[in-house]
Design a binder for this molecule. Sequence first.
Ligand SMILES: Nc1nc2c(c(=O)[nH]1)N[C@H]1C(S)=C(S)[C@@H](COP(=O)(O)OP(=O)(O)OC[C@H]3O[C@@H](n4cnc5c(=O)[nH]c(N)nc54)[C@H](O)[C@@H]3O)O[C@H]1N2
Ligand SMILES: Nc1nc2c(c(=O)[nH]1)N[C@H]1C(S)=C(S)[C@@H](COP(=O)(O)OP(=O)(O)OC[C@H]3O[C@@H](n4cnc5c(=O)[nH]c(N)nc54)[C@H](O)[C@@H]3O)O[C@H]1N2
Ligand code: SF4
Ligand SMILES: [Mo]
Length: 697
Amino acid sequence: MPDTAPRSGVATHCPYCALQCGTRLGHDASGTVVEPSDFPVNDGHLCQKGWTAPALLGVPDRLRRPLVRGADGRHAPVDWDTALDTVAARLRRIRDTHGPDALAVFGGGGLTNEKAYLLGKFARLALGTSQIDYNGRFCMSSAAAAGNAAFGLDRGLPFPVADLGAADTILLAGANPAETMPPLMRHLRKAELIVIDPRRTRTAERAALHLQPVPGTDLALALGLLHIAVSDGWCDKEYVQERTTGFDAAWRRAVTWWPERVEQVTGVPVAEQRAAVELLGEARRAYVLTGRGAEQHSKGADTAAAFINLALALGLPGVAGSGYGCLTGQGNGQGGREHGQKADQLPGYRMITDPEARAHVARVWGTTPDTLPGPGRSAYELLDALGTEGGPRALLVFGSNPLVSAPHSAHVADRLAALDLLVVADFVPSETARTADVVLPVAQWAEEEGTLTSLEGRVLRRRRLHPPPEGVRTDLEVLHGLAVRLGEPAHRYPTSPRQVFDELRRASRGGKADYSGITYERLDAGESLHWPCPELPDGQAHPGTPRLFLDGFATPDGRARFAEVDHRDPAETPDAGHPLYATTGRVLAHYQSGAQTRRVPELNDAVPEPFVEIHPDTAERAGLREGDTARVTSARGTTVARVRLVGSMRTDTVFLPFHHPGTGRANLITSTALDPRSKMPEFKVCAVRIEPGTDAS
Ligand SMILES: Nc1nc2c(c(=O)[nH]1)N[C@H]1C(S)=C(S)[C@@H](COP(=O)(O)OP(=O)(O)OC[C@H]3O[C@@H](n4cnc5c(=O)[nH]c(N)nc54)[C@H](O)[C@@H]3O)O[C@H]1N2
Ligand SMILES: Nc1nc2c(c(=O)[nH]1)N[C@H]1C(S)=C(S)[C@@H](COP(=O)(O)OP(=O)(O)OC[C@H]3O[C@@H](n4cnc5c(=O)[nH]c(N)nc54)[C@H](O)[C@@H]3O)O[C@H]1N2
Ligand code: SF4
Ligand SMILES: [Mo]
């Protein structure tokens, strides 16, 4: 605890990741101060990002005035009316000439539920476009596709985080929570950890067993683990019989993945495969959890499905004290995928193609179902189509920095540059904001109210400590201002978060993610509410659903479904010109595109520049030493990074974090191959060569 602990202040949550650690935020003589609360996921702890979050509120280059790019190509400050009038007039002009689908929206999993909901409504009604998607497509979409197919419902963790504390064994496939969610590690202390990661991460160092596969081979590994589980007698036959369907078809695939074949493809020794299954099989309580390492592949949905198959064979999901889960990433990564900013969804986790869903939402919105557009392009497909024949000509970005975080970022830069109009709402001049025609300065976490839904499906209140700086508006006010200028009735776009939430409750009523029984009053009274939480007709309060599936899965027959999946290679494998695998991911000090954390001095000092982790032997062959600058080149381009020699790396693999801009962007090299089911890009594997040099071109 700091000795500057705030005596007054507000109970709220960290601005960053999906763990949504509880904090108290206040003012003292030194400025804004934060301390962890005893919220169950973090129980008095925060990571370095959480502790330094107050610095975000005072970053020197905070956006305070709307900016419009003039004829001279420079941003000039303007008043709000001028900015919003300009945007609305240009949107109208583009729509009149090219039709409503020439207008597009790109949202974010960091937006509150209220913002995500209003953004989806704004796109469909005020713009009339089908072209809306969000950065969660790059994050949660593979696990979501697999979870929906297997369980009939996608809630990252269908159980509270704290349940993990009683587990005997936990398998982490492609997750590094010691850096990406440090306080989560406290819940993993009792369990024997099995970590699947091509790198020996801080999480892997704490594991009982570390399986270190070739990047992009998790699907083969998961099939192999299922093979061993069944052939060595660890399969829970009674559970499979009573609670699942589809085992035979799944097994027909797994049966050919005998351990020696799996070793050949993945590099994971047979003995380690067996040891992993034994640790899981012998446990009384066990969990299988996936992270982006397993999911961000052109076969990410099938890979997540293969880990679900393993969990089902062991009889884990829907049983108290055990289960399968996906570690959702962004602050509102869960709620952000439920309320309509995804191309194929309407609020309440409804499908936009479902006539009943359309009728319900149209009623709440005061319109007719035929006015609602159909599904649009997925995130990368949307970015790829910008400024092309038949593609969108205007883009509004709320809560993402795709110039740094989207795959093949040089191409994304070209597409953004081809637009007639790029508008970015942000509180800092992110790399994407710097290229925009209009920049709208908005409020941030501690300056506004709202709700977020954490990785355990718990709906949380974000509370305001102080008002935003003068000249800054909230995202809800921006959407309102634009909507009325586009001819929408003002009442359709409330600016009060509570009012928006009340409408969201009605829109979600009866949907899979039913929030209708959740109110600000209940949350403010301290109730812990996990969705679904329907409003009950008799006026009684529904207690929420911390644990899903205990009485059956959300499928029509109540049974979980095994998936018939098989292994395939990544879209790109090494060849003579590009002999190494490159994979990408995160470090503790930075968050995502780094737009926020690169502005916090303590965090930026910890990792001030891009780097590439490489095995000493591989580096030597390439003529590289510790601290050298290296060019890392794929078929799409070159990125420049500082060499870090890491003896535990695989000799065939290099690793780059994606938090830095400019010539050090990891996404200059990443692949645009998409998963056919989820449309997730293959961020986690491409083929590269590495050589000395400082030139990125
Ligand atoms: N510090 C920090 N924390 C964060 C974030 C952040 O940017 N910084 N972002 C938040 C968000 S949005 C997300 S989505 C989560 C992500 O959280 P994680 O999923 O834990 O993060 P990553 O580092 O992307 O990927 C995890 C691991 O996958 C490994 N990996 C790479 N390729 C493969 C592969 O082919 N197979 C397997 N099995 N593993 C592979 C990487 O080596 C890496 O250690 O973190 C959240 N928390
Ligand atoms: N190579 C590689 N690339 C990746 C990944 C990877 O593992 N490897 N991971 C992918 C994943 S999982 C994710 S989630 C994405 C994330 O990547 P991005 O979508 O770029 O996420 P952020 O960097 O968090 O960008 C959020 C931006 O919105 C602003 N912002 C934050 N809150 C708000 C708000 O409430 N309103 C508005 N208007 N703006 C706000 C922030 O200041 C910041 O500029 O990156 C993906 N890209
Ligand atoms: S783990 Fe996530 S929510 Fe918790 S303090 Fe760190 S960044 Fe914030
Ligand atoms: Mo993410």
